[in-house]
Design a protein around this ligand. Sequence first.
Ligand code: SF4
Length: 280
Amino acid sequence: MATLITSRGCPFRCSFCVYPQVLTGRRYRFRSIGDVVSEIEYVIENFPEAKSIFFEDDTLTANKKRCVEFAEALIGRQIQIPWQANSRVDLDLETMKRIRAAGCRELCVGFESADQDVLNSMKKGIKLNRMFRFMEDARKAGILIHGCFMVGFPGETRECCERTIDLAIKLNPDTVQFYPVMVYPGTEAYEAYKMRGWLTADDYSQWITPEGLHNCVVRNEILTSEDLVRLCDQGRRRFYLRPRYLLYKLYQIVKTPSEIVRTAKASRVFFKHLLAGSGV
Ligand code: SF4
């Protein structure tokens, strides 16, 4: 997979998100679509081993007009490589259909929490009921979804986190991730956790494992770091070990044999992580 960017910045204000607050800013700036398409052609021509492209824009779909123009340019230049990108749940069906026609295979989306108050307090700017319509539209458009979920926000109880796992199961994206919130220095969330004494590791060398995985470095007023790690593992087990999910994956690899390698690699990482029990 090759990684490219077509834009920088994200106009949204999620309190935990390091990108616009520390790295890329809130003003959404675009590269020229023509240049990006030429770059994709260069990747296809010079790196035949790249089977797909991930557009690591903070939110490729933040400006729908530009997103559709980008899709039309890919279609117009007959670009055939599958690609993935980061999106939000407010994307409409028409845009999804255009980007699907332009090769979009998967969108990575932050659903984050099943609790509307928690979503509001992290300034996510999304409504719970919109998530279900988004999933329905993604299925209609034929786009796979990787759903991101987090635990450990202020006020979250064990039951609240379990409802987030239930939500992931109900939404049923292609793949999911569950993580304790990572509060990077420079973000609003970092300041809030620091002020409340909820950072559990001051030394940054403790923030990742030797393998480069995140360690959980927060707690809240109710749950410890260890509770949050356990809840994430519980979420992974409950989501991925469902008979319905395993049958879906079986069907997917029969229908699309190119998914076999990806699914086999993902399964190996999944079981290794759950058996080793290190990092989050
Ligand atoms: S989480 Fe996504 S939508 Fe929110 S600020 Fe970060 S990049 Fe933007």
